[in-house]
Design a protein around this ligand. Structure first.
Ligand code: UD1
Length: 315
């Protein structure tokens, strides 16, 4: 019987968490429908987990996946701000119904703790940097609203049913296995691959928008630390998971261009609807509650990421 369940185990962040648990010798069940995840993300450890191919929108399948589990990492979602603007209903059902199904499955199965992949987009465009968890959320596009609804549901299930829910607000996570091929791909994955292919990336807006880009292994360590922390430190709470530094897209473009040996300037296009302008986190709450440290820097993360995409292209 598996002790841990990872939803979205074949996705970018979910596969990293799954792998880290397997490498620690834990028993893991993974749940994914391969809508945005990929089987290759599980290569090397698929035979060491109990894998269930299923959809978060299928309440019965989610309920079965929760059986016998002690801790859930709920990473499964349909991400992307622009996707949610184009087709709000599809991402609504995956993100809100899906999260509700996980909570209900957990309640029925007596799951002790849920780590929830929340989003820094919850802060919206309000003034005040760095972002602190006590700020009033002001999500703009449907996707941040959906992720925020999940947070409120998480807190409710702690207060009402005593499930130790912990929300980790991810700030632009990047790294190996992030899908570069979808129109909704994260900017790092997209730009790295385009540059390696010799194609000129497009920056939406003037490129002065900033993000607290965070390498994926930092997010994994936040998850594992929060999973192991005493309930009185984390249950029912929300934490920023970030690096604590802001980089503009123009700066990021330069570093990526150097790493990939790409010599052309970007194309500048119109700004993207629903985008936030800036993002920068205060990470002291996660530091204090469970000893989180972003040990892999922005630059080192970028180096590892570009190296990985380079290897992928060779294969
Ligand atoms: C990202 C995550 C989202 C997460 C949020 C908060 C992705 C796909 N989205 O949203 O899940 O909740 O951070 O941490 O990882 N851009 C370009 N050119 C491109 C693509 C993007 O200029 O070809 C720009 C966008 O307009 C935006 C910035 O790059 O200003 C970042 O975009 P993106 O990577 O899509 O992430 P977020 O929207 O910040």
């Amino acid at each position: 019987m598996a002790r841990y369940l990872v939803t979205g185990c074949a996705g970018f962040i979910g596969s990293w968490i799954t792998q880290a648990l397997v490498e620690r010798g834990e028993t893991v069940r993974g749940f994914d429908n391969f809508e945005t995840g990929h089987r290759e993300n599980l290569s090397g450890f698929l035979d060491r987990i109990e894998f269930i191919e299923g959809d978060l929108r299928d309440q019965a399948a989610v309920a079965r996946a929760c059986q016998g589990v002690e801790i859930i990492f709920h990473q499964g979602a349909l991400p992307s701000v622009p996707r949610s603007i184009k087709d709000p209903r599809t991402s609504h059902t995956a993100n809100i119904d899906g999260t509700f199904h996980v909570l209900e499955g957990a309640r029925a199965a007596g799951v002790r703790r849920i780590l929830y992949a929340a989003s820094s987009s919850a802060y919206g465009n309000q003034p005040g940097f760095p972002r602190v968890e006590t700020m009033v959320p002001m999500p703009i596009a449907p996707y941040p609203v959906q992720k925020m609804a999940g947070e409120l549901y998480m807190r409710s299930y702690w207060q009402v049913y005593g499930i130790e829910t912990v929300c980790l607000r991810y700030f632009n996570i990047f790294g190996p296995r992030q899908d570069p091929n979808s129109p909704y791909s994260g900017v790092m994955a997209k730009f790295a691959l385009q540059m390696l292919h010799g194609q000129q990336p497009t920056i939406f807006g003037d490129g002065e928008q900033g993000r607290d880009f965070t390498y994926v292994e930092n997010a994994v360590s936040a998850n594992l630390l929060a999973a192991a922390a005493p309930a009185e430190k984390v249950a029912g709470r929300v934490f920023n998971v970030a690096c604590g530094q802001r980089h503009t897209l123009n700066q990021t473009y330069k570093v990526l261009a150097e790493l990939t040996g790409f010599h052309q300037p970007p194309v500048y296009g119109p700004p993207r609807t629903g985008d936030i302008q800036n993002s920068l986190a205060d990470i002291s709450a996660a530091r204090e509650a469970f000893g989180y440290e972003p040990s892999i820097s922005f630059e080192e993360g970028l180096r590892r990421t570009v190296e990985w995409y380079r290897q992928q292209l060779k294969q």
